[in-house]
Design a protein around this ligand. Structure first.
Ligand SMILES: [Zn+2]
Length: 160
């Protein structure tokens, strides 16, 4: 059994991590990458994750504004979109319906940058949100069952 590298996301055996990389969960191979390449992968992950977050915070917006300047390509354009989203509609709920009706230019830009499906409609958005709510509910039920069994703390919750 190994562990997952935070950069490449692959599960690797323990011996594939060493020294400095061990503590922060970066495998030897990724540790050899130029720092800028590693940073880019982490920034891509951060952006994808922030798009799924319930809310884009002001701190997130500040970071996306830095990213926007750091990457003179599609990643920078997507970071600019995220910064704008964080100011016009930080909450994820009903975001796309709002953009479609009130900020069509931003909506279209997100479609062009493959950040959303061009067929996204308010109905699709509602369905997606219900799906996610259902999933969260099932997870909650599951963890309640686990807790009542008394083995809810078995999972390793150590952070990176
Ligand atoms: Zn790796």
């Amino acid at each position: 059994m190994g562990r997952y590298c935070v950069i490449c996301g692959l599960e690797r055996p323990n011996e594939a991590f060493s020294g400095r990389g061990h503590g922060i969960g970066i495998c030897k191979k990724c540790d050899k990458m130029p720092k800028s390449a590693r940073q880019r992968i982490m920034d891509e992950d951060f952006l994808a994750q922030a798009l799924e977050q319930k809310n884009i915070s002001e701190k997130n917006v500040a970071y996306f504004n830095e990213m926007r300047l750091r990457y003179p390509d599609s990643l920078g354009e997507r970071a600019a979109v995220m910064a704008e989203l964080g100011s016009v509609h930080p909450r994820k709920r009903k975001r796309y319906g709002f953009l479609y009706h009130n900020r069509r230019e931003l909506f279209d830009r997100m479609v062009r940058l493959n950040m959303i499906d061009e067929r996204m409609t308010p109905e699709m958005e509602d369905a997606e949100e219900e799906l996610i709510m259902g999933k969260n509910m099932r997870q909650k039920e599951r963890s309640e069952i686990m807790e009542s069994r008394g083995d809810g703390h078995k999972e390793d919750i150590s952070t990176l």
